[in-house]
Design a protein around this ligand. Structure first.
Ligand code: GTP
Ligand code: MG
Length: 205
């Protein structure tokens, strides 16, 4: 990393767990601009949050799908801006009841539709699996309700280096929008995603 990159790197002053709830009504009132992380179960949402925050274990992760079951709120402080990050339960988890599996569930839908502090939704897919029907439904739903979305393809480290760019380009064609490559395991893509996030929430330059 060059010295100018190091100087510009996003540094987290503080990141801490704030609250957990099973419905929007159970969350504290919005404090700062909120960024939510959504995606299929086990895709790597919680790991991505830890990587963005440079914390190894702030958010609980697991190789067993269905690890995150509630809406979990984390307060994030940069030098000159604060955010609340919301880790959402994954959708498409086969062991849940049928009604829960139908789409992404009433809890997530309620949050996405009604949470007034929400500024941006990060939709996460597995770079090896691409965009599923549910991911597409979610992106269409977000567009329909006027929410800004950023699409992230994670687990990039699972692909050989020469397959990464073509896989991201293919995903961009399929999605019709920019795709941010990421790897929580290798810390790839952290800075570009932070920049996009700051822009989408209109905080920072
Ligand atoms: N190799 C690799 N593994 C990852 C990456 N991100 C997550 N994982 C692994 O994938 C599994 C699921 O990660 P989580 O972050 O718990 O996924 P999640 O989307 O929060 O899962 P749910 O809360 O169950 O919906 C864990 O075993 C992680 O270690 C990545 O970038 N690379
Ligand atoms: Mg999780």
């Amino acid at each position: 990393m060059s010295s100018s990159q190091a100087k510009d790197a996003i540094r987290i002053h503080d990141a801490r767990f704030l609250a957990s709830a099973n419905a929007v009504e159970g969350l504290p009132p919005p404090g700062y601009a909120e960024v939510a992380f959504a995606g299929k179960s086990n895709v790597g949402k919680s790991s991505l949050i830890n990587a963005l925050l440079s914390r190894r274990k702030l958010v609980r992760t697991s190789s067993t799908p269905g690890c995150t079951r509630a809406l979990n709120l984390f307060r994030v402080e940069l030098g000159d801006a604060s955010f609340d990050f919301v880790d959402l339960p994954g959708y498409g988890y086969a062991k849940r009841s049928k009604s829960e599996r139908m789409a992404w569930g009433p809890m997530i839908e309620g949050f996405l539709q009604h949470r007034v502090g929400l500024r941006c939704v990060i939709v996460i897919v597995d770079v090896r699996r691409g965009i599923t029907d549910e991911d597409r439904q979610l992106l269409e739903f977000l567009e329909h309700i006027g929410r800004d979305a950023l699409l992230v393809a994670t687990k990039l480290d699972k692909l050989p280096r020469n397959k990464r760019k073509p896989a991201l380009a293919k995903l961009e064609r399929e999605a019709g929008m920019r795709v941010y490559g990421f790897s929580a395991a290798e810390g790839l893509g952290r800075e570009p995603l932070w920049r996009a996030l700051l822009k989408a929430t209109a905080i920072g330059s």
